[in-house]
Ligand binder design. Structure first.
Ligand code: ADP
Ligand code: MG
Length: 155
């Protein structure tokens, strides 16, 4: 992944100008704040597909989105073992982590119904394992740049 389009220094008050593009964050707090600012503007029906290696910041991003929806981020824990966690804030939030999902078990998760919920925001970690791309989805690719820096590419 290239970083040269985001070479300007970023502040902690980054605003998402559009739902596509690339930024570099310099700390977990910046990734959180970026996602929170995004979350504040959601109206329901949005789906975020988070891709990136272990430690890339997917859960930090999901917690930021939650905060933007008025859900206490301390409540938001990695759903690795439960696969789906549901929270209620300004909108419902489904936080899904497919890391441990066995191939072919998607049908049993009730994902189709969740993806149709217009009062909900859906954020999916390890979205590579989904096996399909929901129509309205925003792809968020997080990648490691240095210990405290991540590239966040949205498309
Ligand atoms: P994932 O869910 O992708 O496996 P996590 O969000 O659980 O990753 O963890 C990301 C880790 O990277 C955390 O320990 C966090 O503190 C650290 N980190 C360091 N810099 C950043 C950054 N710029 N953005 C997000 N996380 C960062
Ligand atoms: Mg995670």
């Amino acid at each position: 992944m290239r970083a040269d389009s985001s070479s300007e220094p970023e502040t902690t008050n980054q605003k998402l100008e559009a739902s596509s593009g690339e930024i570099i964050t310099n700390s977990p707090e910046e990734t959180f704040a970026f996602a929170r600012s995004l979350g504040e503007r959601l109206t329901g029906g949005e789906v975020f597909l988070l891709k990136g290696d272990l430690g890339a910041g997917k859960t930090v991003f999901a917690k930021g989105l939650a905060a933007g929806l008025g859900i206490a981020s301390s409540e938001v824990t990695s759903p690795s073992f439960t696969i789906i966690n549901e929270y209620t804030g300004r909108l419902r939030l489904y936080h899904i982590d497919l890391y441990r999902l066995d191939d072919g078990l998607h049908d049993e998760l009730g994902l189709a119904e969740i993806l149709e919920d217009r009062q909900a925001v859906v954020v999916i970690e390890w979205a590579e394992r989904l096996g399909f791309v929901p129509e309205q989805a925003t792809l968020v690719e997080l990648s490691w740049l240095s210990e405290n820096q991540r590239i966040i590419a949205m498309s």
